[in-house]
Write a new protein. Structure first.
Length: 99
């Protein structure tokens, strides 16, 4: 017997898939030499842009064992910033463990 499908989960996945397809299309228009599905986006290397080259490998390791939606959402968020031309510098900050 098939398990009932949660409509909200299906609708959220559909919205994420639509966003992913749109970002992939827009990235291909703006940066045609970059493979959207790769773990490395050489934005600065190929296009001499003010954004850094993006490496998703470490971030995707953090999402290992989790739903693929996390990786898709991260890729879309970074694509939004890159397409908008907003430079972004990731600053590693220590975790605060005691308050």
């Amino acid at each position: 017997m098939n398990a009932p499908l949660d409509l909200q989960v299906a609708l959220r996945r559909k919205a994420l898939d639509d966003w992913l397809a749109d970002q992939k299309r827009r990235m291909n228009l703006r940066f045609p030499l970059i493979d959207f599905d790769s773990n490395h986006w050489p934005i600065r290397t190929l296009y001499n842009a003010k954004q850094p080259d993006w490496y998703f490998t470490k971030s995707f390791e953090d999402f290992a064992g989790k739903d693929t939606s996390y990786r898709d959402a991260l890729r879309c968020l970074v694509a939004e910033m890159v397409i908008a031309g907003k430079p972004f510098r990731y600053i590693s900050r220590p975790k605060v463990t005691d308050y």
